[in-house]
Design a protein around this ligand. Structure first.
Ligand code: NAD
Ligand code: TYD
Length: 351
């Protein structure tokens, strides 16, 4: 094998698309998926590629230093693409400690393992930390986040991700570890866990349940198709400059209410319902505490320096996403059984 790469969180939403892209595009790389399989980790996301000879799964918790050391000793990776995280803002509000452990302690545990395993032999090595635009805080009506925007995280989730970003940069500065970072906007697409806005709404529309919109639905997010994020990670992993950060975004801003109205129109067509049926399910509920108003990414650096650009228009991506959920009912049913029911009841009550 030409290279061995550890992908952490490869059983999750974005991680599974990154694993699939690397395993299929680079048959000469060994891809080691390291995942604890929390509620968000699902090996069903990878059944189409998990028999390929260059794919290996290792069940491990990134906060467990001994387990992570033994994975590094066993596989001796050339690269790490670190996606494992607690990723849902609402859960970070009700239980911040999980986020501190996985996102901060877990990241430092991986950095230590990479430093120990690589020692001074840093030729061809790379630690790639995948982060979020939420570290930059919240925008008003104008402006965009660039790589030099000051950090201003405002939820326990974004504060824990900001902290991990700082620790990765500190490790580069202090110990010379070869790193790259990227901060991406909201992703959507197949395999997205239905606690997040788009898949939760698809599931509820399908089941004729209320669609909970926080506050007035005026908050703005910049949506990117998950495969475009995976392609950006591939580009940055191979061509990004050591020590650099790249912002990734779709240049595709939507208020939550406009997005959900578009989704309702698509779902009415796909489900052969009379136009306007799904919109009646929209229900305004209590706002999220500390709800960031607007995120918007300027990805000029990545586009100009490394030649990446998003490939899909939002309407087309959303259409494809709905098709995926409607033709993967078993995946959805398996995911929404069990822990999800308790989470949903606690978060939304009888809405
Ligand atoms: P996800 O919640 O779908 O998946 C997270 C994965 O990490 C799961 O497979 C889970 O089992 C695993 N994991 C969690 N804790 C772990 C631990 N202690 N040890 C090992 N594995 C563990 O998350 P996602 O949406 O795919 O996000 C992946 C990464 O991308 C995260 O770092 C997130 O901050 C970042 N990100 C996400 C988005 C987005 O819109 N979803 C946008 C920008 C950046
Ligand atoms: P989410 O998918 O949780 O992503 P993030 O908080 O990381 O941006 O939420 C996207 C937007 O949708 C955000 O403004 C919160 C809002 N939202 C709702 O209005 N209702 C919901 O049930 C959820 C989960 C989110």
């Amino acid at each position: 094998m030409e290279k061995t790469i550890i992908v952490t969180g490869g059983a999750g939403f974005i991680g599974s698309h990154v694993v699939r892209l690397f395993v299929t595009k680079y048959p000469n790389y060994k891809i080691v998926n390291v995942d604890k399989l929390t509620y968000a980790g699902n090996l069903e996301n990878l059944t189409d590629i998990d028999k390929l000879p260059n794919y290996i799964f290792e069940k491990a918790d990134i906060t467990d230093a001994a387990a992570i050391k033994s994975v590094f000793d066993k596989h001796r990776p050339d690269g790490v693409i670190h996606l494992a995280a607690e990723s849902h803002v609402d859960r970070s509000i009700s239980n911040p400690m999980e986020f501190i452990m996985t996102n901060i302690v877990g990241t430092v545990t991986l950095l230590n393992a990479a430093r120990t395993n690589w020692g001074n032999d840093l030729e061809g090595k790379r630690f790639y930390h995948v982060s979020t635009d939420e570290v930059y805080g919240s925008l008003g009506a104008e402006g965009f986040f660039t790589e030099t925007t000051a950090y201003d995280p405002r939820s326990p989730y974004s504060a824990s991700k900001a902290s991990s970003d700082h620790l990765v940069r500190a490790c580069h500065h202090t110990f010379g570890l070869p790193v790259t970072l990227s901060n991406c906007s909201n992703n959507y697409g197949p395999n997205h866990f239905p606690e997040k806005l788009i898949p939760l709404s698809i599931n509820n529309i399908k089941n004729n349940k209320p669609i909970p919109i926080y506050g007035k639905g005026e908050n703005v997010r910049d949506w990117l198709y998950v495969l475009d994020h995976a392609r950006a990670i591939d580009t940055i992993f191979h061509n990004g400059k050591n020590g650099e950060t790249y912002n990734i975004g779709g240049n595709n801003e939507w208020t939550n209410i406009d997005l959900i109205r578009l989704l309702c129109r698509i779902m009415d067509k796909k489900l052969h319902r009379e136009s306007g049926t799904s919109e009646k399910l929209i229900t305004f509920v209590k706002d999220r505490a500390g709800h960031d108003l607007r995120y918007a990414i300027d990805s000029t650096k990545l586009q100009h320096e490394l030649g990446w650009k998003p490939s899909l228009q939002f309407e087309e991506g959303l259409d494809k996403t709905v098709d995926w959920y409607l033709s993967n009912e078993k995946w959805l049913d398996n995911v929404v059984n069990g822990e999800y029911q308790q989470y949903y009841q606690k978060q939304y009550g009888n809405n």
